[in-house]
Design a protein around this ligand. Structure first.
Ligand code: PEP
Ligand code: MG
Length: 533
């Protein structure tokens, strides 16, 4: 077995993948040494057309989110700002490929030098279209890699991600890349584990690797077998109904009923889940559905997605969270605003920009009759935010009634993720509560979730987070309204004894965490102690 390898990076898409490494050779960025021969302008224009055609064809076989990303590339390719400088270079005697490469290099550099991480991340799209046109000029086929492998490289082109078949699993481990890139968005939607900004080390093709997208770690050799990198991905694969059904309902060792629900970011994840094996969807993060600005205004698409999820769940509850934009998740097409970690984020942003809120509210009201919908409000700090949101629901419901459109009013609950809200739960007119420990940890430790420089403080504050839960859970429970937990801590077997002893009974977590959590919970008593025997 090769030497142990453990590389720390940033998790860009959660989950764990194991497989042989496939090291992508650095792209051959050079244009071929063909001589200019007078037909270069026409050759370049044809190559751009062929690249656009290939992207259209790929978009035609892709889902809406992926198609929006490819549409962005098509628009860039059609932008005269790229073609004209290349044609000028050709007029001055450059060959088509060399002219295109030189224009694109300057363009890529201007993106990569940007201060804003989102603009920098679009550099990967620019490199991608640079290569697509060069390939079209040289008659080369797009690259691919073996199914089920872990792609290793500096970055990965969105078109490569989209044309690859991920149905046999696999993951992505990048020395560069960005959590804000289009590929990271796609990887999160498709459930492909991904780590970016990995510290450097030699990785060879064929070496067995584990990508842990939750903790941002890539391990190889002996470290890939280390017990802390347990591959529990199997829990997210289809499970025969009978096997999971007999584990439902879940009880502690001393017979107290617990519920185990799933967190999802995209309805495509439902393909790997059986509704009979879980107690419902405890958190559906909707911001990852919005790949392009146009999606925010597309009410019909949202109705379809929410209704499909509710129909899938049948009589089990589905908790859909209103858009939690801001901080590390800017609205599509917008740059990250670092001040929004403590500024306009979640419900604050929605109330400040009610257009996207009202579209989503109408879609939720219309989908509600299909199943047991609950709606969760993110980043709530003050009772007035719940009241204003409830008023928006009431106004939109009245408008739908006036138009004779079928709808139903779902219960509204709040994410308990701002410490101020956790300390004052009785002041909120909410029908249920769900603790979001990811943000609670961030705001209690004053360390941004996506800032690698302070990431060690995050786990260091864990004991403080548990003490805070111990103090505030009884306050929330005293309201008499349902309360659960959906932050990452809920799926961490090491935290479960403390969470049970705080009084938590309803847990929601990433599907891949469920098998271990279920086993751990059933071995514990309701007070968190280990069951004897
Ligand atoms: C949380 O903050 O704990 C949470 C579940 O929400 P997100 O991770 O989407 O912010
Ligand atoms: Mg949160």
């Amino acid at each position: 077995m090769p030497e142990a390898l453990r590389l720390k990076g940033q998790g860009a898409s959660p989950g764990m993948a194991r497989g042989p490494a496939y090291v992508m050779a650095p792209e051959d960025g050079r244009a071929r040494g063909v001589r200019a021969n007078g037909s270069d302008a026409a050759r370049l224009a044809e190559a751009v057309d062929r690249a656009v055609e290939a992207l259209r064809e790929l978009a035609g076989r892709s889902d809406l989110e992926s198609a929006a990303i490819l549409e962005f590339q098509i628009e860039m390719l059609r932008d005269p700002a790229l073609l004209e400088p290349s044609l000028e270079r050709i007029q001055r005697g450059a060959e088509a490929g060399a002219a295109w490469a030189a224009t694109m290099d300057a363009y890529v550099a201007s993106f990569e030098d940007a201060e804003d991480e989102h603009i920098r991340a679009r550099g990967a799209d620019m490199r991608d279209i640079r290569q697509q046109v060069l390939r079209a000029l040289h008659g080369e086929r797009p690259p691919d890699f073996p199914q089920g492998s872990i792609l290793v490289g500096r970055d990965i082109a969105p078109s490569l991600f989209l044309s690859h078949d991920w149905s046999r699993g696999g993951g992505i481990a990048l020395f560069g890349g960005s959590v804000a890139s289009h590929v990271a968005t796609l990887a999160r939607s498709r459930g492909v584990p991904m780590v970016v900004a990995m510290s450097g080390a030699e990785i060879e093709t064929g070496m067995e690797l584990v990508v842990d997208g939750d903790d941002g770690v890539v391990a190889g050799g002996r470290a890939a077998c280390a017990s802390e990198l347990v591959d529990d991905r199997a829990s997210s694969l289809p499970v025969p109904d009978g096997r999971q059904a007999d584990e439902i309902p879940l009880h502690t060792a001393d017979g107290i009923r617990l519920t185990l629900q799933a967190n999802i970011d995209h309805p495509s994840e439902l393909r790997h889940l059986s509704p009979s094996g879980i107690d419902g969807i405890g958190l559906f993060r909707t911001e990852y559905l919005m790949g392009a600005p146009a999606d925010l205004a597309d009410e019909e698409r949202q109705v379809e997605i929410y209704a499909e999820t509710l129909a899938w769940a049948g009589d089990r509850p589905v908790t859909i969270r209103l858009l939690d934009f801001g901080a590390d998740k800017p609205p599509p097409g917008e740059a990250t605003d670092p001040s929004s970690f403590l500024g306009l984020r979640g419900i604050r942003l929605l109330l400040a920009r009610p257009g996207m809120l009202r579209t989503q509210v109408r879609a939720l009201l219309r989908a509600a009759p299909v199943g047991r919908l609950r709606v969760l409000l993110p980043m709530v700090t003050a009772p007035s935010e719940v009241e204003q949101t409830r008023a928006v629901f009431a106004e939109e419901a009245a408008r739908l009634s006036a138009r004779g459109v079928t709808h139903a009013m779902p219960p509204l609950g709040l994410m308990v993720e701002v410490p101020a809200a956790a300390l004052m739960p009785e002041t909120f007119k909410a029908e249920f509560f769900s603790f979001g420990t990811n943000d609670l940890a961030q705001y209690l430790s004053a360390s941004a979730r996506d800032n690698a420089a302070v990431s060690p403080l995050y786990p260091a504050a864990r004991a403080a987070v548990l003490r805070f839960l111990e103090m505030t859970m009884p306050l929330v429970a005293a309201t008499g309204r349902p309360v659960g937990i959906c932050g990452d801590l809920a799926g961490d077997p090491a935290a479960l004894p403390a969470l049970l002893s705080c009084g938590f009974r309803d847990f929601s977590m990433a599907p891949r965490r469920m098998t271990l959590a279920r086993a751990a919970l059933s071995r514990l008593n309701a007070d968190g102690s280990e069951a004897r025997g």
